[in-house]
Ligand binder design. Structure first.
Ligand code: CP
Length: 348
């Protein structure tokens, strides 16, 4: 596809060649994301970072990605602080914000809302998550992470075994990642969820039509064996009619050190889009795995910056210019990205 000036709304718009292009550009962004080099290629450009739903990683990493390219960021971080609460339409909001911005990232609780917004926007819009529908940049960073983690063990995305665990009905990250994996070959999916929270039938059907094996189960322990990657998800409490209903499922599927050792093959990559629900009654991914070398969750979150820098560079068509304004940083950064553990622990 020609990325220049294009909205990024769904993983369905990518070919495998597009993904390879995004990952190639993301790889070139690592020295900037790790603050070893600076580029000012987007100097003067403005990102409208419109978040009408809570976010830590997506909002901040899109903002960092734009800043790291030299641009500036203007944000809405809560629907209550926007004029949508006064009855303003998405159409008017899009027309106005796109006059202030060169590119917009938007998250909204309603499925399809970001596409609706994009129709009125005068600049490219990137979907930062729309309801239970899609989270395309998350799927790209997930796949980028899977590729890197598997490569370090001489494995590939084609032919891999992946288990997805938890709330597969409401989790837009697993919806987008599964649909992105339609572009790859001969993958075995083990979908572990309560029956009521299973993966939408349309996605399962698409996976089977693409030639992948799909096994659905509510038995976590048997489902964990013989996987290259285990991708855990949180019970998406905010998508249920009531907190009481969500509580029925919370804590049903948990991964901790003992379960991992007993049921997963060695080197199984542990992923989670985050946030994980660390409350005692949930705890789907226990802190006792925090130092495990196969725990990729923080490397996964770090990868969000390079993948989002790549999307901006491609959509605003500056990939070839990034290096031209590059220089070394002047402050101390050594070691920060070399280990997956906090600085305090490194010093002990
Ligand atoms: N993974 C993810 O979308 O995290 P946030 O909700 O914190 O943005």
């Amino acid at each position: 596809m020609n990325f220049s000036g294009t909205h990024i709304l769904s993983v369905k718009q990518f070919t495998r060649a597009d993904i390879e292009r995004i990952f190639e550009v993301a790889g070139r962004m690592e020295s900037y994301a790790e603050r070893r080099k600076i580029t000012r290629v987007m100097e003067g450009a403005i990102l409208g970072n419109m978040f009408f739903e809570p976010s830590t990683r997506t909002r901040v990493s899109f903002g960092c990605a734009f800043n790291l390219l030299g641009g500036q960021v203007r944000e809405i971080t809560d629907v209550k602080s926007s004029s949508i609460t006064k009855g303003e339409s998405l159409y008017d909001t899009a027309r106005v914000i796109s006059g202030y911005s060169d590119v917009i990232v938007m998250r909204h609780p309603q499925s399809g809302s970001v596409s609706e917004f994009a129709k009125a926007s005068r600049v490219p819009v990137i979907n930062g998550g729309d309801g239970t529908n899609e989270h395309p940049s998350q799927a790209l960073l997930d796949l980028y992470t899977i590729s890197k983690e598997l490569r370090s063990n001489d494995r590939n995305i084609d032919g891999m075994h992946i288990a997805m665990v938890g709330d597969l009905k409401h989790g837009r990250t697993v919806h987008s990642l599964s649909q992105l994996l339609l572009l790859y070959e001969n993958i075995r999916f083990t979908l572990i969820s309560p029956t009521e929270l299973c993966m939408p039938e349309s996605i399962v059907s698409d996976l089977r039509t693409a030639g992948h094996q799909v096994h659905e189960t509510d038995d976590m322990e048997s489902g964990l064996s013989d996987n290259d990657t285990v991708y855990l998800t949180r019970i998406q409490e905010e998508r249920f009619d009531s907190k009481l209903e969500a509580a029925i499922y919370r804590g049903r599927f948990r991964l901790n050190q003992a379960i991992y050792t007993r049921h997963c093959q060695p080197n199984t990559v542990i992923m989670h889009p985050l946030p994980r629900d660390s409350r005692k009654e949930a705890n789907e991914l226990d802190n006792d795995l925090n130092q495990h070398p196969s725990l990729a969750i923080f490397r996964q979150a770090d990868n969000g910056v390079v993948v989002r820098m790549a999307l901006f560079a491609l959509v605003l068509d500056v990939v070839q210019l990034v290096e031209e304004s590059a220089r070394d940083v002047t402050w101390h950064t050594k070691g920060r990205f070399e280990k997956n553990i906090p600085l305090q622990s490194q010093q002990n």
